[in-house]
Design a protein around this ligand. Structure first.
Ligand SMILES: [Fe+2]
Ligand SMILES: [Fe+2]
Length: 470
């Protein structure tokens, strides 16, 4: 099932066969392009070495080549349909999946799609100015790759809204271009997507921690009984993997360079030597991890239970779970604060599904920490990076009203205020990181605060001209 590129909007959903839908999307397209030009990447380029989806199968789904960014072929691609697919969980487990939206779930499904859709353009807006300080052309290219694909993810959600949700869906698609990250009057829907991404350390942390939240949200929507949503998310996950690769290897390279500078100057305080000290890296981990945890919602959630029971949103790798996939009889433990201590409470497994997804996410986050600590270990350093306690710096859920230290102690407001600067990036930390952000646009050259990548993109050398600036 390859993608039709002769169409104005490349797609594998036979848009040409549905004139009304095609016209609706074609009239949304110029609005998208206007949004891209005003809110998308701020650095003018001639062209960029980008990956474009050309098929949705397992092999060879992407084409690489230099393209002018505003001529990127954003399109609508769904993973292949499995005609035998059945609902894997909830009340209707075992029944055929839905090709249309059942009336009773219309509002809930639309809401899930709008929330997912809102995050996609938000990250493009957050990263808008980063190109001005890229540490290399390789990194600049990766930033733009992430940006165009988040733009495509917006298309993916807008397609579903237009195709399946009628007038309401079209209005929501319009609103996705009206809200903007950090806008005081009409901000993006979720907190983490209104934070700025002012420097490249934040960008790598964002792609590691926040894009990874996206992976888990998409993974649970991929289980949906609404088949077009499932197939859409399945294909998005393919693109998402690269975004997290950018984060993982970006932080690898920052840690590697930090260690080099520490050894070279025989000190932990490498800030005067143009590096990012380990304790600052830790504070950035603390911040980005904690705001990303908020994206999973409350530990106890009747919405999550209802979505699951109805078949709208499943668990991570639902089909690999060894239980009845209905969960009406099961219990689960969630974290709570009791008598000023972190404790657990048993609740119905259905109510604890956000917590379940978050647990999978946390285990996945640990793999990065292991990698980065291996770099420290190999260099003979005893210092280790870590994930702070799940209750640290939280605005959503059970820990919201409490101050919890990175170690997991519940403390009062004074103790929190006294230590906060040791745990979260201070203005001085941010100013230092920002002071290192100077663009390096010469092929093969790299900024002083980060190590070069070990490999180029798509077998191209590291010093390849990934971007031609205008
Ligand atoms: Fe995305
Ligand atoms: Fe992403």
């Amino acid at each position: 099932m390859s993608i039709d590129y002769s169409e104005k909007i490349p797609n594998n959903v036979d848009l040409a066969g549905d004139r009304k839908l095609q016209r609706a999307l074609e009239s949304w397209q110029p609005n998208f392009l206007t949004w891209w030009k005003t809110m998308g990447p701020a650095v003018p380029t001639e062209d960029v070495y980008l990956r474009t989806a050309v098929a949705v199968g397992r092999e060879g789904w992407a084409h690489f080549g230099h393209v002018a960014m505003d001529e990127y072929r954003w399109g609508v691609f769904l993973a292949e349909r499995n005609h035998d697919r059945r609902i894997a969980f909830g009340e209707q487990k075992g029944e055929p999946v839905w090709q249309q939206v059942p009336g009773e779930y219309r509002a809930d499904l639309q809401r899930l799609i709008v929330i997912q859709g809102d995050t996609e353009p938000a990250s493009v807006e957050q990263q808008r100015r980063l190109g001005e300080t890229a540490p290399s052309l390789y990194d600049l290219r990766n930033l733009f790759q992430v940006n165009v694909e988040e733009g495509r993810h917006l298309w993916a959600m807008v397609y579903l809204l237009h195709a399946y949700f009628g007038r309401n869906g079209r209005d929501e698609a319009e609103a996705l271009l009206q809200r903007n990250s950090g806008d005081l009057d009409s901000p993006r829907m979720l907190g983490a997507f209104n934070e700025e991404t002012p420097d490249w350390l934040s960008f790598f942390m964002f792609t590691y921690f926040t894009d990874r939240d996206g992976k888990y949200q998409l993974g649970s929507l991929k289980e949906s009984a609404f088949d077009p949503l499932s197939r859409t998310c399945e294909f998005m996950l393919k693109e998402e993997a690269h975004h997290m690769f950018v984060g993982t290897t970006g932080i690898d390279r920052v840690v590697t360079r930090t260690v080099e500078l520490m050894r070279e100057h025989d000190t932990e305080d490498i800030a005067p030597h143009g590096g990012i000290p380990l304790d600052v890296i830790q504070k950035y981990v603390n911040f980005h991890y904690s705001v990303s945890l908020d994206l999973f919602g409350s530990e106890r959630s009747t919405n999550a239970a209802n979505y699951f029971t109805a078949g709208l949103k499943g668990r991570w790798q639902e089909e690999r779970r060894k239980d009845d996939h209905r969960l009406t009889e099961d219990a689960a433990l969630i974290d709570v604060v009791r008598d000023n201590q972190v404790a657990t409470e048993e609740i119905s497994a259905l109510l604890a599904l956000n917590h379940d997804l978050r647990r999978e996410y946390i285990a996945d986050c640990q793999t990065g920490l292991k990698r980065w600590n291996r770099i420290l270990e190999k260099s003979g350093l005893t210092h280790r990076l870590y994930l702070p306690h799940v209750g640290f710096n939280r605005e959503v859920g059970q820990f919201r009203e409490h101050h919890v230290t990175p170690k997991g102690d519940v403390v009062g407001p004074d103790a929190w205020a006294a230590k906060k600067d040791q745990w979260l990036p201070t203005e001085a930390d941010k100013t230092h990181v920002r002071s290192l952000m100077r663009p390096v646009y010469e092929p093969g050259k790299i900024a002083g605060w980060i190590a070069p990548p070990t490999n180029g993109i798509n077998d191209k050398p590291v010093d390849y001209e990934y971007v031609h600036l205008a």
